[in-house]
Each structure stands twice: as C-alpha cells, then as structure tokens.
Design a protein around this ligand. Structure first.
Ligand SMILES: Nc1ncnc2c1ncn2[C@@H]1O[C@H](COP(=O)(O)OP(=O)(O)OP(=O)(O)O)[C@@H](O)[C@H]1O
Length: 474
C-alpha cells in the first residue's frame, strides 16, 4: 500500500530530521510509529500524507509517487487526523464531518447526494458524535473534537488513514472504542492505518507492526513484542522500565517506575518479628506490600499483599462457600481485605514450623502448617483423622528482588521439596494444600545464575525441613 525508500527530509536542507528511512506498509495493516519526543514521527507522517515535501528518496502510495497525485485524487485515497486542529470558521459538528465528503463530490455544483448523507450519518454514529451534531465545533471538549475530526477523516472513506496520536484527548473508554474501530476497519474493510503513538502499551495491543524511530533513524521495524523489549525501550527512551505480559492477551506491556517509589529501597528483612499469633489465627504482617504469587483461598494468582493469614478452622466454617467465608472472617477480624491473603487450616497453629534461613546476602523466611484434611471434604472426613501430610500451607518469604523467572523457580523448588518431604507418608493427593511465594523486591537482585542457585538451595532445604518439622509437631 505504502512504500518509503531512502527518505531524507526535514525543515532545512543541511539538517535533515529524517535520515534515510526505508520501510513498507501493507494494505489492511495497523502500523504504529513510536519514538521519543523530537525523533521525527510527525515529520514522517506529514511527508507520507503529502503535507510536507522531502529532500530525497521516494514515497509510493498504491505504487504511484506521492507527488504525482492531484489533491482531490489524494484525498480519496488518504485522510489525515492531525494532532492539533483549529477551524477558521465556526461550523457545526455535522458540517465539520460533511467537509470530509468534499473529495467525493462530483460536478460543478458539488451537490450533496444520498450517499454523502448516509456516510456522514454512519461515521457520526460510529464515533459517538451524533448526539451533538448540531452544536458548534468550537464549543466541544478536546475529546469530543477529536472524535468529530476522526468522523471527518472516516467520511472521506480513505484507503489509508494517517493518525497523529489519535487517543491524545480521549478518555479510557473512547481510546478503546477508537482503536477497536480502527482495528475492525483494517480487518473488515482493508483500511490501512498508520498511526503515531506515545502510549506504548496501546501500540502493543493494537498494532500489527511497529516502527521505532530514534533521532530520525529507524531503530527497529518489527512485531510489537519484538520492538518493545525492555533493554531496547530503555535505551531509546532513556528511562528505566519494566515489561510484563498482559494478563489476558499475548502482548507485552511496559511499566515505568516512579522515582519517588524507586528510592524507597531501604533493605527490609522479613523474619519472625513480623509474625503475630492469636488463638485461632497466625499472621505475617509485613511493613510493606510484598510481591506475591499464591495458591491461597483468597487472591489466587499474582499481586502485592501486606498481610498473610492462616486461620484455624474450629468447625466455625461450614465451607459451603469457603472463599466467601474467608473474606467475611478476614473483615470480622480487622484484616484489610485488599491487602490480605487468607488460608484455612485444621491444625493447631502452635504446630506451625517457622524458620529463617540465610546464605551470603540472600535470606528467606518460611512458615508451614501441615495437618489433616479440612472438615469440609465429605469424602475424607473419616480417613482424615489418620492422614498425615495433607492440608499443608507453605509460605516462603524472600528478602530480595525476584524476576518472574525467579518466582517460578521458587514455586517449582518449594513444590519439589514438599513432595520429597512427604515421600514415605503414603499417597496423598494434596488437593487442599496451598503455597505462596512473597518477595520484598528490595535488596539483592535475583535474576539467574549464582544468586538464583543460592535461593533455590535455601528454598529446597528450608521447605523440606519445615514440612517435616510441622508434620512432627502435628
Ligand atoms: N515546523 C518546523 N520547523 C523547524 N523544525 C521543526 C518543525 N517541526 C518540527 N521540527 C523539528 O523536527 C524535529 C522532529 O520533530 P517532530 O515533530 O517530527 O518530532 P516528533 O517525534 O513528532 O515529536 P513529539 O513526540 O514531540 O511530537 C524536532 O527536532 C523539531 O524541533
């Protein structure tokens, strides 16, 4: 659809902004342009849409050189949604949108056809601008104006649409709506969309391909997950970021770390001093939220939690809806629901194994309760009196900064250690067991190599020892 070859250009001959760019955009692609401020994104977009001329190189649109298009012909093929737009005259919203039909009007009188009216009505509906179609454009909010201008571009019925930060003024729901609409038009109508993005996460979610500009040159032109690698983005944008997969779709998402939070890095050692025991519960109350992965009764999965509670089931739980009961229990005992992970055990909490382990600059703190099956399991009530080693809760607190890989490694190692400890205690399914790994995310970086190996050894021997100890206590 669009071919850019050895493009050089800018605002003065001797100082080009764009330095030899070559790339192609296929029909029906949603193509994102990224880059830091001043890297040349708008300049490139303006050259591709015919607004700015260039010094050398070539831009082909549908195989024809851009400069060979006549104005009206170009407007039937491409439309532009600029970053900022002002109107010289005060038009109503509908009049503004109708201007997009100019390139399609025929004859000397440029008469308004049924088709023009239908298109305008349809694009106003699609962009949610119908309700204020009779209002003057300049009385609208920034986000409303943006949607009207998008409607105007769509009314042009272009084959390629150039967008300069289209979500700039839009609230969350309109950002999603606009990009969902663009995506569906690329799929259903073969519309080609070339768009500048400052929001790298939106670009990652919606674009088929991304072109990353750095000081007027192409840093990379590839699939979003390849372009948005942590080291690359850090180098180009000159700032620290972290990247994680989106929870529901296979796309990378990037996170900045605010300076004021990054600085709060006084080392913290989670150990026995943070344990609080009452008759029917045992809690670890951390002074800061800990990054946690958990298979507990509440808050299964990933998150940041400050309080970890293991409560003794004294037959007060009827267990028809254990999760709901747990939540009620936590609230009734003054635990902050959103910061707490809760579990139920049927063992006396005095039997808990609580140990601290350290090697070099890595330390972990382990809490294990090991008991019989919970009372709510109807199939095992009788046998449970004799079964040892079921209903085991294993908590591993790591005083260090773990990567995702290190979390998984801890989880696997702790599970292996548990299986090893239970070897010889008979065949147990362990369906009621739970495990959590929580890390302070301060102090020693545990990514891979030696530090990971030390951590693995500590977790392996610590969990093994604590489970045996808890079983003996019980
Ligand atoms: N009209 C102009 N006259 C002269 N120089 C300009 C003009 N517009 C932009 N520039 C310069 O060209 C360079 C690239 O600007 P451009 O607007 O293309 O960057 P950008 O990547 O879109 O930046 P931003 O993210 O801030 O919108 C900048 O150094 C800028 O100062």
């Amino acid at each position: 659809m669009l071919t850019v070859t050895e493009l050089i250009g800018g605002y003065t001959k001797n100082m080009p902004v764009l330095k030899n760019l070559s790339f192609e955009v296929a029909r029906g692609e949603l193509f994102g342009i990224l880059g830091p401020n001043g890297s040349g994104k708008t300049t490139l977009l303006q050259m591709m849409s015919g607004i700015l001329t260039y010094h050398s190189g070539e831009i082909l649109l549908k195989g024809k050189r851009l400069q060979d298009y006549r104005t009206k012909e170009l407007a039937r093929v491409s439309a532009v949604l600029p970053q900022h737009s002002t109107q010289a005259f005060s038009y109503t919203v509908k009049e503004t949108v109708s201007l997009g039909r100019y390139a399609h009007q025929k004859g000397l009188l440029q008469s308004w056809s049924m088709e023009d009216e239908e298109v305008v009505q349809r694009v106003m509906k699609q962009t949610g601008t119908t309700p204020f179609q009779h209002l003057p454009f300049d009385q609208l909010s920034g986000g409303e104006r943006q949607r009207v201008l998008l409607a105007q571009s769509l009314a042009q019925e272009p084959e390629i649409l150039f967008l300069d930060e289209p979500t700039n003024h839009l609230d969350l729901s309109y950002q999603k709506e606009l990009l969902d609409l663009m995506k569906s038009w690329t799929k259903e109508r073969d519309l080609t969309v070339v768009s500048i993005f400052h929001d790298l996460n939106l670009a990652s979610l919606y674009c088929d391909r991304l072109l990353l500009l750095d000081k007027g040159r192409i840093q990379i032109n590839d699939k979003p997950n390849e372009v948005l690698k942590r080291e690359r983005v850090q180098a180009v944008y000159q700032t620290d970021i972290e990247n994680y997969p989106h929870p529901n779709v296979p796309k990378s998402q990037l996170f900045i770390v605010p300076a004021h939070l990054a600085k709060e890095q006084e080392t913290l050692v989670i150990n026995e001093q943070y344990i609080e025991k009452k008759d029917d519960w045992l809690a670890l109350k951390s002074p800061i939220p800990l990054k946690t992965i958990s298979l507990g009764m509440t808050e299964i999965g990933n998150g940041w939690y400050q309080t970890f509670v293991n409560c003794h089931n004294k037959r007060t739980f009827d267990c028809s809806d254990p999760q709901k009961e747990m939540i009620e229990y936590l609230s009734a005992h003054g635990f902050n629901r959103s910061e707490t992970i809760g579990m139920i055990t049927n063992v006396d909490l005095k039997t808990a194994a609580v140990r601290f382990y350290q090697e070099d600059n890595i330390s972990i703190f382990i809490v294990v309760t090991a008991g019989k099956r919970n009372f709510h399991d109807p199939h095992h009530v009788v046998q449970s009196e004799k079964v040892i080693g079921s209903n085991i809760h294993t908590w591993v607190f790591v005083n260090g900064c773990l990567t995702e890989e290190a979390f998984i490694q801890c989880l696997v190692t702790a599970t292996e250690a548990k299986v090893k400890a239970l070897y010889g205690y008979g065949e147990e399914t362990m369906t009621e067991d739970s495990i959590l790994i929580a890390a302070s995310q301060r102090g020693t970086d545990i990514r891979h190599g030696e530090s990971m190996e030390s951590l693995r050894k500590l977790v392996s021997s610590g969990v093994y020892e604590c489970i045996l100890l808890a079983i003996q206590n019980e």
